[in-house]
Design a protein around this ligand. Structure first.
Ligand SMILES: [Zn+2]
Length: 522
């Protein structure tokens, strides 16, 4: 038995069993024990742990036992203990791994381990997926002879899926399919990685390698499908998808449910769930690490709400990053996670400050038209009252629209953000100043240059008529909140526009793979 390993499973479990189990439950206590080990009291700590584990085993017959030892579900040689649906030939054993490739089939575990019935558990597998492969691991499911499994939940495998007919799968590896989606590719093709799935009461956690990518709490007002119990299944999705699985193992966790965290189920919660289930990529690409907001907090927000994020750093004259070295330092300091990392290009001179290679290291690049050269030839930041001078409103608008057209045509950007923003002094005349022809010029430029337009919840722009016209012209959209301080803002305007303008996943822009980025093409 791996003592350290075993301890990890006790986190958040076994609370009702014995007082001394509670003691080793807490992470702090575990750290303390491990620290002691480092200080030379290792054997004392180990003895104590062994005693505790023996105590746990003695309680085994009580029914609600703490974590069991890992049980292997696959012998590495045969499919003994497994049963395939639809097209059994889709599954083969090759060099110690179960390989799924062929027409749709699902391979269900039906072997002796825990009578193939798992409620609370920790499951782990090593997975290797080929280019474009789609697959997944089901839990709480049950054998069915044909079709996609109706029971249980799927944890998605999809590193680099491309268009499949008319469908582009947005839910990447690690997604709790349609419920808590990961939108960023974390694992390269043809690379072994570990996926860990755990269920503790109403909590589902998924880890990709050691990265926690899903931490879902099922609310009391449960969605159509609720957590229950069942077996595991591996997915063979289609003949083009080739995926290998090895070292499949599980250990049961006590049935005792962990008290559910308080989950607020409001309209936003339901909307995010509905859209996530409809393959809609929910990513707020316009989040800033401002006012002390940390990447960890942004990630926590994603885990709690299902809203993905991209954090953008301001790059340009008089900003914190002004050259390639600054970009390199910034990216070096960003730990890998499911949060996208973007560049907010500032001022029109930014294109000369950075190399294309450095720009292309970001997942995406955006800019706005809030820093322009005005009709008098002066550099003007439109959100700063003192810098804004509008002697002639029509001339100002003409200058603004042609600036937007030039930005979209000439700068290597993916997204035009804070779109159609007007300075305070003329903001009240937005509807009359943004004439139909002016709107059409911006839309045409975006469509012609494949630049997405942000739906900004900070400025509540653009409005529905603009979005509908842009959608018709084939323009893609992103969501953005553009927080000015530490608080992450809600995507209220974005979610409302998705509804009002009937936007679907096909209307949304997503970062391009390396080699196909804007900065690498122009
Ligand atoms: Zn911004």
């Amino acid at each position: 038995m791996l003592v350290g390993d075993d301890l990890r499973s006790h986190q958040g479990t076994g609370r009702v069993i014995l007082p001394f189990v509670i003691k080793i439950d807490s992470t702090r206590a575990r750290r303390r024990l491990l620290a002691k080990g480092r200080n030379g009291c290792h054997t004392v700590a180990m003895k104590m742990l062994r005693f505790l584990c023996v105590s746990c085993l003695l309680l085994g017959s009580a029914g609600s036992l703490p974590a069991q030892e890992w049980i292997s579900l696959f012998d590495g040689k045969s499919l003994e203990g497994w049963k395939a649906s639809d097209n059994p030939a889709t599954f083969k054993v090759e060099s110690g791994a179960i390989v799924a490739q062929g027409p749709r089939a699902h391979l269900f575990y039906v072997g002796p381990a825990n009578n193939a019935r798992f409620k609370n558990f920790e499951f782990s597998a090593e997975i290797n997926a080929g280019p474009g492969a789609n697959s997944g691991i089901y839990f709480h499911t049950a054998f069915q002879p044909t079709n996609w499994p109706g029971a249980g939940f799927e944890v998605q495998v999809n590193n680099s899926a491309t268009l499949h007919g008319n469908y582009l799968e947005m839910k990447k590896t690690g997604s709790l399919y349609g419920i808590r989606n990961v939108y960023k590719q974390l694992i390269p093709d043809n690379t072994w990685f570990t996926m860990t799935i755990s269920v503790r009461g109403k909590q589902v956690q998924v880890r990709v390698n050691d990265l926690l990518v899903v931490d879902y709490q099922e609310p009391e007002e449960a969605p159509a499908k609720a957590l229950s119990q069942g077996t595991f299944a591996l997915q063979g999705h289609d003949p083009e998808s080739r995926v290998s699985f090895r070292n499949l193992r599980v250990r049961t966790l006590p049935d005792t449910a962990v008290p559910a965290a308080k989950v607020v189920v409001d309209n936003t919660y339901r909307e995010i769930l509905r859209l996530g289930g409809a393959n809609f990529p929910l990513v707020d690409f316009h989040t800033h690490l401002k006012g002390g907001l940390t990447l960890e907090e942004v990630l926590r927000h994603t885990l709690d709400t299902g809203m993905g994020h991209g954090v953008a750093v301001n790059c340009g004259l008089n900003f914190s990053i002004t050259n390639d070295a600054g970009i390199a330092d910034f990216l070096k300091a960003m730990p890998p996670s499911q949060v996208f990392v973007g560049m907010q290009a500032e001022g029109r001179e930014w294109v000369k400050l950075f190399s294309r290679e450095a720009i292309a290291r970001f997942d995406y690049v955006f800019t706005d038209a809030m820093t322009i050269t005005d009709t008098q030839g002066k550099r003007s930041r439109l959100w700063i009252k003192e810098e804004v001078d509008v002697p002639d409103k029509q001339a100002f608008m003409e200058k603004l629209v042609s600036t937007i057209e030039q930005i979209i045509a000439n700068e290597p950007i993916d997204i035009y953000v804070n779109p159609t923003f007007l300075p305070d002094v003329i903001a009240a005349e937005y509807d009359s100043l943004w004439t139909e022809p002016r709107k059409q010029r911006v839309i045409a430029a975006a469509a012609r240059n494949s630049v997405a337009i942000e739906i900004s919840s900070r400025y509540r722009l653009p409005k529905a008529d603009f979005i509908k016209a842009a959608k018709k012209a084939g323009v893609k959209f992103t969501l953005g909140t553009n927080n000015g301080g530490r608080e992450i803002l809600p995507n209220d305007h974005g979610l409302q526009m998705i509804r009002d303008c009937n936007l679907a996943w096909q209307d949304m822009w997503m970062p391009r793979p390396d080699g196909q980025k804007k900065a690498q093409a122009k």
